[in-house]
Design a protein around this ligand. Structure first.
Ligand code: ADP
Length: 261
């Protein structure tokens, strides 16, 4: 039995096809999010990779910002439920999930059975989200994929004092014009995202293991700074950005099983 989970985000569309709720058959990411052709392309590519047709898929669940606008889905689930399910499946020792995506940051607290106890969210301010990193990567002309490597090469990280993306943008431009080392600037930018997220997380009861999901998890500079802020290891794997889609695919399988029983 094949199920498909699709996470339609603000910047990307991620798709995961599972076999029998256990084996990942394929996963695809398209760098176009809600309101674009990204979701359809992600599904099409996934079906092609898996050599399956739509008729082979028993259930489709959508999640993410654009989850209500995907007509092919049989249902939709919140990002919180999907990230929780995906991260717990990936590592059942996960107790705290830090999910930083393109436009929001969430901290999800799980019990030992993977059930959500509590969550905290920043969806009001771009600072502390992937958007902040995207804007800074544009100003510095450093590819988003390379920000982490730049940050790790810094010897003297700069403190970014502005709490707003727009003001931080001017601050970074001003530091650049003073000739500050670009690695130090990038490290400061990653630190700024990490400390905002750590402050959000500290409003709840953080327990180990901490698992990071969402696209910003791929940034080693943010992971290192978060680990220092929280004084704990930040676990992640290269599929961190697929946790929502994986969770949606798992929930699709579980809903089918429930209906069969
Ligand atoms: P959404 O679901 O809102 O589209 P994602 O979870 O896909 O968000 O995360 C998108 C964010 O992840 C981008 O804004 C970017 O900052 C960051 N990101 C994406 N790919 C990478 C990468 N390879 N390295 C570092 N950061 C990345």
């Amino acid at each position: 039995m094949f199920t498909l989970g699709i996470d339609i985000g603000s910047t990307t569309s991620k798709c995961v096809i599972l076999e029998d709720g256990k084996r990942i058959v394929t996963k695809n990411l398209v760098k176009r999010g809600t309101g674009s052709d990204g979701p359809d392309i992600a599904v099409k590519k996934s079906l092609e990779d898996a050599k399956l047709s739509m008729d082979d898929i028993s259930c489709i669940i959508s999640t993410g910002y654009g989850r209500n606008n995907f007509a092919q889905a049989n249902g939709n689930k919140s990002e919180l439920s999907c990230h929780a399910r995906g991260a717990f499946f990936t590592d059942p020792e996960t107790k705290t999930i830090i999910d930083i995506g393109g436009q929001d940051a969430k901290v999800i607290f799980l019990n030992e059975n993977g059930v959500i106890n509590n969550f905290l969210m920043n969806d009001k301010c771009a600072a502390g989200t992937g958007r902040f990193l995207d804007v800074m990567s544009g100003i510095l002309n450093v590819d988003i994929n390379d920000l982490g490597d730049y940050a790790l090469k810094s010897m003297h990280p700069i403190t970014i004092s502005s709490t707003c993306t727009v003001f931080a943008e001017s601050e970074v431009i001003s530091q650049l014009s003073k000739g500050v080392d670009i690695h130090d600037l990038v490290a400061g930018i990653c630190q700024s995202v990490a400390s905002r997220t750590a402050n959000l997380a500290k409003r709840g009861k953080i327990s180990s293991k901490i698992y990071m999901s969402g696209g910003v998890a791929l940034n080693k500079g943010v992971r290192k700074a978060l680990s220092q802020e929280l004084n704990d290891e930040i676990n992640f794997n290269p599929d961190a950005q697929f946790m929502g889609a994986l969770g949606a695919s798992l929930l699709a399988y579980e809903s089918l099983k429930k209906n069969l029983n």
